[in-house]
Ligand binder design. Sequence first.
Ligand code: AMP
Length: 460
Amino acid sequence: MATNNVKGTHDVIATEANAYSMVESVMKSLAELYGYNEVRSPVLEYTEVFSRGVGQSSDVVRKEMYTFDDKGGRSVTLRPEFTAGIMRLVIQNKLYATNELPLKLYYCGPVFRYERPQLGRYRQFNQFGIESIGHDSPYNDVEAIALAYSILQSLGLENVTIKINTLGDEETRNNYRTALRAYFEPHIDNMCEDCKSRFELNPLRILDCKVDEDRPIIDKAPKVSDFLSEASKARFDVVLESLDALGIPFEVDDALVRGLDYYSETVFEFHYQSLKGNNYGAIGAGGHYGKLMKDLGGPDYPGIGFSFGIERIISVLSDDDLLQNVESKLDFYVMPIGDESRQFALGVATILRSAGYKVDMCFDNIKMGNMFKRATNKRAKYAVIIGENEVKDNKVVLKDLEVQTQFEASIEELVDVVDDLFDQDECCCKKEGNEHHEGCCHNQEGEHHHGCCHNKKEGE
Ligand code: AMP
């Protein structure tokens, strides 16, 4: 039997692969608009980066890491999240010393968690995220949330709910932990095994427990909002007022604690219900961290970050029918008739590709009808037909596969001719039902948009 993929991993094929590229490119270009620069950290880190960084009480470190000894006997781990590895990268390369703060970094790539595979939950999945390090302003938190929200909006996702909470500063969390211990003490013997160890390591984690029998006790536990220091309360108020001022909708959820130990102050999650009513839970999440960098041996700088789960985002885009325009299409399918035309045809394909068009070509000696079928299956806009005569006369026949008209173009004029064709196709005037004419976009009162004046400089 052929070997299958590893449980919890998935192959990304065809339209889905295009969807990944589209989503990642929207995320990257928006992060750059907000002043973030890309970093690529290794998939493999020493285990300590995560055990110290993410924290011993998190489920990720306790149960979900792919950890093994390498051949030199060092314990290494496939990253289960990005933030701790990015902090290691920043500390080791002293980026905080050579850059203005906050240091604004974005990342994208696979992460690995040994979780029970189910819908929307994989063992290898992809995250895109940002970290803004070295500034404690609450406005830094707001800017990060604004970036995440604008990414979701740019992708066309309308039904996002932002849940937000504060875990407060160290004083808040110390007081809150003491209160939680006192509250859970009489119940803990009857709670799940995980909760028992969370009680010892970090009682805050108990609030994340998913075991149904434990929920009634957990739901009545004290809330962090009752323990907030004045400073944390004031900080959180600034975050909420600024989100309001930016018109970003949110819900304060005082049960939100997040699964990773390093968070402090602002924490948030992006939840999604598709337009068809399906609930996808969290498609992204993040928060502020006060001591992570220091815990990893760096300077005492705070940070804020978030990450999106790309698989979940693609699922919701698909459910909301927002992936139609990522299907692969060709501009031209080049169809040489007979072996003698093939070299000439390859030259034609190269000319068109150099001019920026998406071109594929037929290498088989098959009937014209079958070549047309291939062109249609590949969703080509035009067929480029090249037979003996075309080679002799240094020309091609172009056929519009939608309206089925065909015409000739000499090789010298080919790029001008096809530029004109695409100019007309993309022209906003034509889309609006008017006649296309040279320079028509400029003469209209309507908005100039990208592509409407193909070949001209933007804004001309
Ligand atoms: P976290 O690092 O746990 O805060 O997760 C950030 C985002 O990654 C979540 O909101 C999900 O969208 C996504 N995510 C987390 N775990 C998985 C998983 N096992 N499979 C797919 N996506 C995940």
